[in-house]
Design a protein. Structure first.
Lengths: 616, 159
């Protein structure tokens, strides 16, 4: 792999690749993201490889393992080019038929098409499926198109051209574009990236650092994982542009060790970028030199906070420190440092390539561009979605997400991870942008969007978040360390149906104390899930405390399992599987649960095929 | 705490040899590499690591115990990790964890005495669309059920 010495050589390479692989070439793109991998997509790639070779089509048809296409619910996904046809839930057994009928014969296999739940309508092309149709995919667009382990694929779609353009523009003009685009940090805070860059840029001294925060810690979020897995070069290109603008010579990617596939693809991409002269000394003959190191996180949520992350890169415990001075003034090793998250860095090349004006044409007045969300939980089409800022929650949950499965009722959507909040059905028409969500006691966060239906208990959910934060608190501030512990024990009492309504006042008081007296965002926002659920779902808290009832039938102390004698066929399966042997009854006669010994594990409910086990 | 088995110092030297002597900033990366080699962080390895990187033993222990991803005790042959992310939680992850506790006979966070199983929780692995999710020996079991887990664990017990 030869080093590229100039932007002209980059252009020539692109032309050569495109000539060899024209856009109308036959190609099979198999999603090889973590989700589809779990459904067996790696085996699928091998099966296609073998079948194409067997049929003598391996030269003619390109087989391309790609990053996440987003529609994880329907994995493994196979996208067929040039038609853009999508086959879903494909198995290795389907491979010979796909090659024979579709690749060779141009025939559509109906059974593998996406079928809309409810209407039964089938869709042939990816772009027509409602899940994709309502999205605006800028950052995620390339995920289905390129092999993330091939720098040629990235160059073929215009990769690293923005970097070339940045070298021509010069640092001041690039900063102007990023500021003009009003790119706000996608990691949660929504702070303008341009302002941060400017502060770092104007610091004196030659030694500066830039960092990519890939420590995606919010539970229920996987946007950054999918970008790094699917399009690592976009992140690298964004970082090189940032480094050039701010005058940094060294960069770091701080990535979760729980993301092995992302780590592997990132390292491969860095190697290829170095071989091509897109990292290292004299990048594209510009005279500018920059390289990136990778640091694996240790599994601490608090390291998503920038000052904690910096300490972790320095090889220390990830304990946040007081700011200012901000990292832009005094960061890694005491030097000016700029930190942005994966999605922010991946958006930078688009802005530099297409201009601030183009970017500000998308989104709302104060929130520009698109945002990626992981739409998960109790929703039909779970997966990764990218929408223009300002779309309503209703459009996301119903038009893209396809609504709630099993005919159940929508209850709430949780955004912003453990720092965010829950929004009830009455807020479904809210515009999804940074400021509206904060005004409603939730937040954009990094993009987790968890949908909940009537079977989710909001008190249990609040307890879940407090438990999470309690175990992730670094322990530095007493208010966060002990306050969360205290809140957790009070919420346990509520879930057990104990105490009085005064408990709620007490919880709110502690929440307020934790909010005002904790040093970092982990503590200062820790109360959000509790406060927002008390605000919007007070009736559920009241049902627990005053009536000893869990309306969602989740809290164990407040529910009982019973067997409906009319529906029970006496098959004995539940009795055999009950871990406590507390189900009695004879064969072909209705069974009964002995309440005294029941631990409410729910196994009987899982195994009953006759819908005879009820929860009250 | 059971006595830790002695470790193969040659393997340890090979791992530590990749790091510059006195480079304390490499501490977390070095801990990751030692752990990949031995599946946990043996006490003896931590002592040697402290010497190599020129940092105090207390700092090594402080860092190793701060991060969830590091294990100071030997781990089981089979590792069952239950994802406790929000998406998995609302789809029933706590019940799966309790189910595995009963099936394997150990509490979450523990390793069985015969070192066959380790049962643990992870905050989120970002495979949220597959929730509830359990990872067993590196294999992702998505949209999983108690019945499926009983089968998988039962098979591992027999092997």
């Amino acid at each position: 792999m030869a080093r590229l010495q100039s932007t002209q050589q980059l252009r020539q390479l692109k032309e050569r690749i495109v000539a060899e692989k024209p856009a109308d070439r036959r190609a099979i793109a198999v999603c090889a993201g973590t989700g589809c991998k779990a459904f067996g997509s790696f085996e699928l790639v091998e099966a296609f490889r073998a079948e194409l070779e067997k049929q003598g089509l391996d030269k003619e048809v390109e087989l391309r393992p790609t990053g996440c296409h987003g529609f994880c619910e329907r994995g493994p996904l196979v996208l067929l080019f040039p038609e853009g046809r999508l086959y879903q839930r494909v198995k290795t057994d389907d491979v010979p038929e796909i090659v024979e009928k579709t690749i060779k014969g141009g025939e559509v296999i109906e059974r593998l098409l996406y079928e809309e739940p409810g209407t039964g309508k089938k869709f042939e092309k990816e772009e027509d499926i409602p899940f994709y149709k309502h999205q605006h995919r800028l950052v995620l667009r390339s995920n289905g198109l390129i092999n993330p382990s091939s720098i040629e694929d990235y160059i073929a779609i215009g990769g690293y051209e923005a970097l070339g353009r940045a070298f021509e523009m010069g640092p001041d003009a690039v900063l102007g574009e990023v500021k003009g685009a009003n790119l706000r940090g996608r990691g949660g805070g929504g702070f303008p990236a341009g302002t941060k860059w400017e502060l770092c840029k104007k610091q004196p001294g030659d030694l500066k650092y830039i960092i990519c925060n890939a420590d995606e810690g919010d539970p229920g979020a996987f946007m950054d994982r999918s970008i790094v897995e699917g399009n690592p070069h976009a992140v690298i290109e964004g970082m090189v542009i940032g480094a050039f603008t701010m005058g940094a010579r060294e960069g770091y990617v701080y990535i979760r060790q729980e993301y092995p596939l992302a780590l592997e693809r990132l390292n491969k991409a860095l190697d290829e970028a170095r071989q091509r002269g897109l990292l290292g000394e004299d990048i594209l003959g510009s005279g500018f030199g920059f390289d990136i190191k990778v640091n694996r996180g240790g599994g601490a949520f608090v390291c998503g906070e920038e000052s904690a992350l910096i300490r972790s890169i320095e090889g220390r415990r990830g304990v946040p420190r007081r700011r200012p001075p901000y990292p832009a003034q005094k960061g890694l090793w005491g030097k000016p440092t700029n930190i942005n998250n994966v999605e922010t860095w991946a958006t930078v090349p688009l802005i530099v390539a297409k201009g601030a004006k183009w970017f500000t044409g998308i989104g709302t007045e104060k929130s520009k561009g698109t945002k990626i969300f992981s739409l998960v939980g109790k929703v039909n089409n779970t997966g990764l979605v990218e929408i223009p800022m300002g779309m309503s929650l209703r459009e996301i949950v119903y038009d893209i997400g396809g609504g709630i499965p099993g005919g159940k009722k929508f209850k709430a959507v949780q955004t912003g991870g453990p720092s965010g909040g829950c929004l009830p059905a009455s807020k479904l028409d809210l515009s999804v942008d940074f400021d509206t969500l904060i005004a409603e006691g939730a937040m954009m966060g990094s993009g987790g969007m968890i949908v909940m239906d009537e079977s989710t208990c909001m008190v249990d959910l609040a307890k879940y978040f407090v438990q999470f934060l309690r175990s992730e608190s670094c322990g530095n501030c007493t208010s966060c360390r002990d306050g969360l512990d205290w809140m957790h024990s009070l919420l346990q009492q509520v879930c057990a149906g104990e105490g009085t309504m005064e408990l709620l006042d007490q919880i709110e008081q502690i929440a307020e104390t934790v909010r005002v007296s904790s040093l970092c965002a982990l503590g200062s926002t820790a109360a959000n899930p509790v406060l927002s659920t008390i605000k919007h779902f007070r009736d559920e808290y009241e049902a627990h405390v005053e009536q000893g009832r869990c309306p969602a039938k989740v809290c164990k102390s407040l529910i009982t399992y019973t067997i409906d004698a009319d529906k029970c066929t006496g098959c004995l399966v539940c009795a055999k599987r009950c871990p406590e042997s507390t189900i009695e009854g004879e064969k072909k006669k209705p069974h009964r649960i002995i309440q005294d010994g029941c631990i409410k594990c729910g196994v009987c409910l899982d195994v009953c095929k006759f819908d005879a086990v009820h929860v009250e | 705490m059971a006595a830790q088995p002695t470790i193969d110092t040659q393997r340890l030297d090979a791992v530590l040899g990749a790091f510059e002597p006195g480079d304390g900033s490499a501490l977390i990366e070095a801990l990751h590499d030692v752990q990949s080699e031995f599946k946990y962080l043996p006490e003896e390895a931590l002592d040697r690591l402290a010497d190599r990187l020129g940092v105090s033993k207390s700092r090594v222990y402080g860092v190793a115990s701060f991060y969830e991803g590091f294990h100071l005790e030997p781990r089981g042959e089979h590792i069952c990790t239950v994802c406790m992310g929000t998406a998995c939680h609302v789809r029933g992850a706590p019940r799966l964890l309790e189910h595995l506790e009963r099936e394997i006979g150990i509490a979450s966070g523990q390793t069985s005495e015969d070192l066959t199983f380790t049962l643990e929780e992870v905050a989120c692995v970002g495979a949220c669309a597959l929730g509830p999710l359990v990872i067993i020996d590196g294999k992702y079991h998505g949209n999983t059920t108690t019945s499926h887990l009983t089968k998988v664990v039962g098979k591992l017990k027999k092997d």
